[in-house]
Ligand binder design. Structure first.
Ligand SMILES: Cc1cc2nc3c(=O)[nH]c(=O)nc-3n(C[C@H](O)[C@H](O)[C@H](O)COP(=O)(O)OP(=O)(O)OC[C@H]3O[C@@H](n4cnc5c(N)ncnc54)[C@H](O)[C@@H]3O)c2cc1C
Length: 419
């Protein structure tokens, strides 16, 4: 014993009792029951509060996707680092981990995975049981006011100050505070680069357009892109009372999070309602319909599984009489219809809300973290997990998977370096 401290016992402080902080604590104890005393400090009244409301209260725990390369492409920020991190812990491991604790997950048609109970409390109870069982200290409503790093301090290198006078020393510190400006400022002061945070995963509000009268309709495979920039995002697109939602719009909000922020969410978007079909392909398909379905009304014979009311809207926008037969469609009308189908333009005017899930793009620069250990490259024994890092995924359970993966890597490293 020195200074009242058992030399072989390491003290770890975890800031944040969210998904990644709790999971990291539990996993450390799984790898090493002894030689470590873990305290989780949570500033709010409740642990795992975001997890509780996640996925509309059902918690979309992970995604039914097991190819690490394809999986990593679901992260607009963090793809390269997670490609290898998933070799350590990926959705299969998540499913197995919960199964071992009698929490079974089910897969929905779009690949999202939820507890079979459809209730996030199942996940919370599992974590809180493990925390209790492993004697991990969970301190709620505890605000750290400052963090000092004192190399060589025999009481512990990390000095956490609570309020104005109380301090506690720790040998190891894991930051799992999600998106929190104050913590980023502290980490910046300790030499880390902070990538400026911007919102991700939101719907697109568009300028007044009569398309919103079709709110509730969706196409299964549309492509949407920023007109002035880029890469189209492909998938189901939902028309809402304000504009667009659904996987394709949410993907666009994630992959273009920073460009959209810089544009003040005011920009033109272009929709190809037939996904990856080019204008040339669509035009020749429509010309073929003219000869194949001569006697059918255009309004009744659609070239894809677009909802009928939307198809009629396209015809009206193209100046085509709804009573017209395919035989009577003119070349100009085919051109107009092709244009509407493949290059519909809308003025985005604001960022909309997506209540099921939202995340922050930005945070601790990935360049300042060693992803083999989740340890800071600037300060030894300082770890980062989850959304505090500049990593975020598209909607579908990928953000929690990032929390599980980064927490597992940190836990393994901490546990294997305890002597
Ligand atoms: C409404 C909503 C729904 C979501 N649904 C899903 C979903 O279904 N699937 C999915 O994959 N992702 C979902 N997400 C995203 C997901 O919740 C996050 O990516 C994930 O929670 C990140 O985990 P984390 O541990 O990094 O941070 P968090 O879960 O945010 O936890 C951080 C914790 O740190 C605490 N904290 C902050 N600062 C301090 C401090 N100074 N001292 C002590 N404690 C502090 C916070 O109070 C919080 O409890 C959703 C997000 C939202 C907002």
């Amino acid at each position: 014993m020195a200074n009242g401290k058992n030399l072989s016992l390491k003290r770890l402080a975890i800031l944040g009792a969210g998904a990644s902080g709790c999971f990291a604590a539990i996993r450390i104890k799984e790898f090493s029951e002894q030689n470590i005393e873990i305290t989780i400090f949570e500033k709010s009244k409740e642990a795992l509060s975001k997890l509780r409301i996640s996925g509309g209260g059902r918690c979309n725990v992970t995604h039914n996707l097991f190819d690490n390369e394809i999986l990593s492409k679901k992260y607009p920020r963090g793809e390269k680092e997670l490609r290898w991190a998933f070799e350590i812990f990926q959705p299969k491991d998540t499913i197995e981990w919960f199964k071992k604790r009698d929490v079974l997950l089910k897969t929905e048609a779009d690949g999202r995975m939820f507890p079979v109970t459809d209730d996030s409390i199942t996940i919370i109870s599992c974590f809180l049981d493990e925390i209790k069982k492993n004697k991990i200290k969970l301190v709620l409503e505890e605000q750290v006011s400052s963090i000092f790093v004192e190399d060589g301090n025999p009481k512990g290198k990390f000095v956490l100050q609570f309020g104005s006078d109380r301090v506690e020393n720790f040998d190891l510190l894991l930051i799992a505070t999600g998106s929190n400006r104050k913590v980023w400022n502290w980490m910046e002061a300790l030499g880390h680069k902070i990538i400026s945070p911007v919102p991700s995963l939101f719907t697109l509000a568009i300028e007044k357009s009569d398309i919103v009268s079709l709110a509730g309709l969706s196409v299964p495979n549309a492509a949407i892109r920023l007109l002035q920039k880029g890469k189209p995002q492909i998938g189901p697109l939902l028309i809402t009372h304000w504009g667009f939602s659904g996987p394709a719009a949410l993907r666009l909000s994630a992959f273009e999070a920073r460009s959209l922020f810089d544009l003040g969410y005011k920009t033109e978007v272009e929709v190809n309602w037939l996904g990856e079909n080019s204008s040339i392909e669509v035009e020749s398909k429509l010309a073929k319909y003219k000869s194949d379905f001569k006697l059918n009304k255009i309004a009744n014979q659609k070239p894809s599984d677009i909802p009928s009311r939307l198809w009629e809207w396209f015809l009206i926008k193209s100046g085509i009489n709804l009573e017209k037969k395919w035989a009577d469609i003119s070349k100009v009308e085919i051109k107009n219809l092709t244009e509407v189908l493949t290059r519909s333009r809308f003025q985005m005017v604001a960022k909309g809300v997506f209540k099921e899930e939202f995340v922050t793009a930005g945070g601790i620069s990935r360049k300042d973290i060693d992803f083999k250990s989740m340890q800071s490259k600037k300060i030894n024994h300082l770890y980062f997990t989850g959304e505090v890092i500049d990593i975020d995924g598209i909607t579908g359970g990928f953000n929690f998977q990032n929390a599980w993966t980064t927490a597992s890597i940190a836990a393994k490293h901490i546990a294997s370096n305890l002597t």
